[in-house]
Each structure stands twice: as structure tokens, then as C-alpha cells.
Design a protein around this ligand. Sequence first.
Ligand SMILES: Nc1ncnc2c1ncn2[C@@H]1O[C@H](COP(=O)(O)OP(=O)(O)OP(=O)(O)O)[C@@H](O)[C@H]1O
Ligand SMILES: [Mg+2]
Length: 364
Amino acid sequence: MKPLNLNAAWLSTLLPEQFKFITSMRGAHFAYKFLFKKGHHLFIIGTSGSGKTQKAYFVLRWIKTTKEIPIWIDSAKNGEMLPLLTMGTPVNIICPKGCDVVISEWSKDESKYVRMKDHPTVVQVPDAGSAWWAVKKGHINIFCFRVAFSSDARAREWMAELFTTLSLWIRKNRMPHILPFALFGDESHWFLAGEKITSDYQRKVLSELITELSLEDRAHGARLVLMAQSYKSLPPASRENMIHSLVCRGCKVSPDENNALSPYNQYSSKYPANKGVFVYEGGYTYPRNEQDVGYPWPFPFFPMPPLKLEYKGEFDDPTPERAHEEELEQEITPDLSKYNALCQDLINYKIPATINRYEVINND
Ligand SMILES: Nc1ncnc2c1ncn2[C@@H]1O[C@H](COP(=O)(O)OP(=O)(O)OP(=O)(O)O)[C@@H](O)[C@H]1O
Ligand SMILES: [Mg+2]
């Protein structure tokens, strides 16, 4: 493989550390075998604290250098979406209507937390399908759904609708122009079901949907990057379709489940949190084995910025004021359905003080 057979214009957009990595043999394999292959899923597996989320930030920082739109499904755990705000790309938060996400920073002048400068855009959507319409190109998009409902069951209903609309619209060619994209699912057990957790009906539905997504939608450029503590956290048919894996500490896979990953069982318990092995399609790795330099891979660290994150409101249990506002909105505005998200830009639009009715409108 020729490490320097890469587009010069693209190389010029990279950070120095990214340039160094991608022009090495290890980076070239990563680029040609994974990064440039739209729809190629990745499964990041490791026990708690093994560095899965950190490795996902690394992958996302690479994805955003390509034409793929990154979409991060927020786990709402320990502010884990905040490092995404430090990547030099605008962030677009998407949450259900009636909810809000507020990020504040410490103001020395005022001695208190104030809404951060350059706050990410927050788009509130009336239903799960509209979330796809709210995704913006040139942004890191974050779906903040997990704590936006009165119960986990309601949140999973929303996720089921999200995945159903995705598969249906892709099949019917009705998706907004956001493909190719990469959908990152941290703590994916909350919206997925593997062998361990299939008791409730919704989880079963979600598990079937994610399988369909991993199988069919990849051909259209929908890539999944899922993180979980065990191989079996994903439903059987979808874990078999994950194509690539990132083995972190404590990843254990039985040989009859996946014999490309099972050889790591004897080593993975020793991997520190900043290391892991990228296992490409068919079990290929580079560097090749435990004795080689740079094996397992070292990964960079993305620190938590000093910001405060607050989630507000519940979609299905609005405050009395919000319920009243919604009633008024329904009376005066037509139902724009999926176009609601697109109308967000008009929210701060100021009507001109004077309107010249006789103004000539150029017809160019
Ligand atoms: N590349 C790295 N460099 C330095 N430290 C790291 C790196 N990756 C992870 N760590 C350390 O490991 C800790 C856990 O990392 P991370 O949150 O990514 O793990 P995780 O597998 O996602 O954990 P959980 O299952 O609890 O979500 C980090 O807070 C950090 O201290
Ligand atoms: Mg994590």
C-alpha cells in the first residue's frame, strides 16, 4: 500500500497530528480500508473505562474530514458530548420540541456560568423523522434524545421511529440530502438489544430495526459506529454485519461467534485505556501482531472542556407554560410537519420596519 497516494487538497485540511498519522503505513491502511469506505460499520468493544468513547471521538474527527456527515447519538452520560465542541467544526444539536440543551461557560467578570459564546445551534423537532431533516452539513450533529422523555420506554419509542423513518425513506428515496453519514451510538445498549436484554417488546423492535439498518442502509452510505461493553450487546445479525471492529480492553468473543476477534481474548485484558486494535474486514490488522512496534495502537486523548451542560424539558410531559404555548402555536400556525426543522432559521428573522409594496423584484 502506498501511504502517499492521498489527495493533496484533503491532506492540507488536516491537523498536523492527523497528517502525521495518515501518511504513515498504519494511517494509510486506516484510510483505504475504513475511512474512505462509505457505509462500512465499526463496532468498538471494551469493558467500562477501556477508552471506547475516546476512540469514537478519534474516529469522528476523521469522519468529519470526509464528505460523510457525523451524527452523534448522545448518551447523556457525564457530558460526554462536550469534547465534540472542541473539534473546530460547528455543532448542531437536535432535540425534541419543548426540550432544550444549554451549554454554559464560566464568566470571570460575572462570577457565574453564562450561556457560552458561539453556542451550538439547537433545533427542536416535532417528531423523530424530522430529526433527519434537521441534520446540517458542515456540522457535527448531536441527537439529544435520551433524557428528553418522561420514561426510557418513551425514548425508545422515539428511537424506533427514528430508525423506521430512516430505513423507509432510504428505500423510497425520500431522505433529505444528508447521505453519506456516520451515525455514532455510544452506550448503545440504551437503544439496542443484544442477547442479554430482549425482554421488552420495544427492545425487540429496535433490535430488528438496527439489524435492517446495518444490512440494507449501508449500501446507501449510512455508516454505523457503535460502542458497547460486550460483543453480544448487539443483536446477532447486526454484530455479524459490523465489518470492522476496534478491540479495547476486556473485549471477549467466543471463536464460534467470530473467529477474527476471538484471538484477542488472550491479550485484550492488558490493553490500557489509550490503546486498542483496529481489526479490519476479514480480521486484517496493521501492524500485524503483538510483537510489532505500535501494536496495539495508541490513541489520542480528547479532554473534557470546562463547560456546563444542562438538558431541559420533556417532550411528552411539557411544563404548563410550554403546553399553553403549544396550544397557541397550533392555533396560529399551520402544521408544517417535517419542514418545521427547516423553519428554525426564521425564528430570529426580523420583519423589515417598512415594506415597499412597489419595490421592483428583479427576475434574474
Ligand atoms: N487515548 C487516551 N489517552 C489517555 N487516557 C485515556 C485515553 N482513552 C481513555 N483514557 C482514559 O480512560 C478513561 C475512560 O475512557 P472512556 O470514557 O473513553 O472509556 P469507555 O470505555 O467509554 O468507558 P465507559 O464504558 O464507562 O463509557 C478516560 O477518562 C481517560 O482517563
Ligand atoms: Mg464511554
